[in-house]
Design a protein around this ligand. Structure first.
Ligand SMILES: Nc1ncnc2c1ncn2[C@@H]1O[C@H](COP(=O)(O)OP(=O)(O)O)[C@@H](O)[C@H]1O
Ligand SMILES: Cc1ncc(COP(=O)(O)O)c(N)n1
Length: 281
């Protein structure tokens, strides 16, 4: 009998379909795992920005978590937009209750258009309650700076910030490079609590169709972990997946368009050329 790994995303809904729950479920489907979802907030959003946010009540989040936990065998899960301290506390409590492992925490804070997807006072809750449970935390550069107070200017300050995030209790951190200043490359930097570090480097693709890159990347990591890959391999696939999704744009919407979740499956990966991923130990 075929056994499909079961996964969960705990995140916000993006009516535009490019980020949040929608990006996560598309990515899960593309990578061959079964996706369940707990919605923390509904956003009215499209490629030009977020026009409204409606957080769920803590009870609504709790009921969804319970429904999933009571029936599914969650092999890996991710969190995205959690919005407020109450939702973070409830999420952390339930993850412990069900003993869910392979937790990917994407500390979503600010949408590309500038909307706040996490309240300022929730940053502390994220650090205290959720990060200690994480197998891996995947901040972008501004999020890593907000979590640590360290300005990331070069490899030394990036490592310093990564160490600081590990000191909060996560087993590993990946500081993603989409917001980096290198015009030619986008580098994702992994630091594990063992001290081991890896850089995953791709060509930087010149595009404004980057809506949902972080969600998609973290969902791909989650899917690969659910399939039994180790973290280092899961990150490699995720980097390939997002590179393919960025290099074959859909041209949808008037603003920051969504990435193409089907590209990895449809086109495969050219080992050379724009989709080549370099790995440095
Ligand atoms: N222009 C780009 N070219 C290639 N890869 C990119 C580009 N922008 C983002 N990425 C990749 O997309 C993933 C998400 O990164 P990032 O954009 O930093 O996250 P977020 O969406 O959370 O801001 C990372 O793997 C990063 O390297
Ligand atoms: C509901 C929701 N969750 C997350 C993001 C972040 O998107 P990005 O991955 O582009 O930073 C978003 N815009 N909306």
């Amino acid at each position: 009998m075929k056994k499909t790994p079961e996964t969960l995303t705990i995140a916000g809904s993006d009516s535009g379909g490019g980020a949040g729950i929608q990006a996560d479920l598309k990515t899960f489907q593309e990578l061959g795992v079964y996706g369940t979802s707990v919605i923390t907030a509904v956003t009215a959003q499209n490629t030009t920005g977020v026009s409204a946010i409606y957080p769920m009540t803590i009870q609504a989040v709790q009921k969804q978590l319970e429904a999933v936990g009571n029936d599914f065998n969650i092999a890996a899960l991710k969190t995205g937009m959690l919005f407020n301290p109450g939702i973070i506390n409830e999420t952390a409590r339930t993850i412990k209750q069900f003993g869910w492992e392979n937790l990917v925490v994407d500390p979503v804070m600010i949408a590309k258009g500038g909307a706040h997807l996490l309240q300022q006072e929730a940053i502390e809750a994220l650090k205290v309650y959720l990060l200690p449970l994480a197998l891996v935390v995947t901040p972008n550069i501004p999020e890593a700076e907000m979590l640590t107070g360290i300005t990331i200017l070069d490899d030394v300050s990036r490592r310093h910030a990564a160490k600081e995030i590990l000191s909060l209790g996560a087993k590993a951190v990946v500081i993603k490079g989409g917001h980096g200043t290198d015009p030619n490359h986008s580098e994702d930097y992994l630091l594990q609590s063992t001290g081991e570090s890896i850089v995953y480097r791709s060509a930087r693709i010149s595009t404004n169709q980057t809506h949902g890159t972080g969600c998609t990347f973290a969902a791909a990591v989650t899917a690969e972990l659910a399939k039994g890959k180790c973290l280092q391999e899961a990150l490699f696939v995720a980097k390939q997946f997002i590179q393919a999704a960025l290099s074959d744009p859909l041209n949808i919407g008037a603003g920051h368009g969504p990435t193409n979740h089907a590209a990895y499956r449809e086109r495969g990966l050219e080992e050379q050329g724009v989709n080549k991923i370099e790995v440095f130990y």
